[in-house]
Design a binder for this molecule. Structure first.
Ligand code: IPE
Ligand code: IPE
Ligand code: MG
Length: 248
């Protein structure tokens, strides 16, 4: 099935609006391989990946999905060559600066999750500015995981909770799922669908707590080639799944 992506402005007729995932997360993998296949430097793949992300965000909004979380940089990605890491940090900063106006027009509320303090100062400032300016927007909640690690997220929650217990503000018996979630970066909001591009069958330290009962969808398509047609396929598959949540 090939559908011209430009024709998919509205929710495809075969998808049920009332059974759309509320919160979708994407592991945007395969930028490097996309570039390599074309004999281009890896950074060209990252550049094209930004275009994909912009269109998938707009698509989520067009089709009525309330929240999109994108994995932009993992805590492990610091292990890449300095030139690539530097390029990515500069790219994030530039894109943020360029896209802020449009995010305002499109009513996008952007948030960043991860250990943001370790990012370059100039990027931290853009992050701060974009979060502040878009705070009141309600069109779609767009979360970018940058210097994010699922284990680190859980650890920092444990630390915050332990401190409260130590200070006598909290009893160990009061620690339940709701309280724990409240201490995660991604306060509130269950994840419904996690998509990974480029065929890798792993989570790579993304949203470890939140993924508990999310549906997983893996496509061989590389992230720069992912488009509305592919997203449509992911949502159709999601709607065919029987989410039992451990029940019968
Ligand atoms: C994902 O693409 C983007 C980031 C991790 C920043 P990759 O850069 O991992 O691309 P591959 O997996 O090497 O093809
Ligand atoms: C996951 O992709 C991180 C992002 C997409 C930002 P990686 O390419 O870093 O993951 P691995 O190394 O294949 O597990
Ligand atoms: Mg990769």
């Amino acid at each position: 099935m090939t559908v011209n992506p430009t024709l998919l402005r509205e929710l495809p007729a075969d998808l049920h609006r009332d059974r759309l995932p509320r919160h979708v997360a994407v592991i945007m993998d395969g930028n490097g391989r996309w570039a390599k296949q074309r004999g281009l430097p890896r950074i060209m793949g990252h550049r094209r990946g930004v275009d994909t992300l912009k269109d998938i965000l707009r698509c989520c909004k067009d089709w009525g999905i309330q929240a999109l979380t994108a994995y932009a940089f993992s805590t492990e990605n610091w292990g890449r060559p300095t030139e690539e890491v530097d390029f990515l940090m500069t790219l994030f900063e530039r894109v943020l600066r360029q896209e802020l106006r449009e995010m305002m027009e499109e009513d996008v509320q952007i948030r960043f999750v991860g250990n943001l303090n370790a990012l370059p100062k100039s990027l931290q400032l853009e992050i701060e500015r974009s979060m502040q300016q878009t705070q009141q927007n309600r069109g779609i909640q767009f979360t970018v995981a940058t210097n994010y690690g699922g284990r680190q997220e859980i650890l920092q929650a444990c630390r915050a909770i332990a401190t409260k217990v130590q200070q006598g503000l909290l009893q160990p018996e009061e620690i339940d799922e709701a309280l724990f979630e409240h201490h995660l970066y991604t306060a509130g909001g269950d994840l419904d669908l996690m998509i990974r591009t480029s065929g890798e069958m792993r989570i790579s330290n993304f949203l470890l707590w939140q993924v508990a009962y999310a549906e997983l969808y893996v496509t061989d398509t590389l992230w720069p080639d992912f488009n509305r047609t592919e997203f449509h396929r992911a949502l159709s598959t999601f709607q065919q799944r029987d989410r039992r949540f451990g029940k019968l």
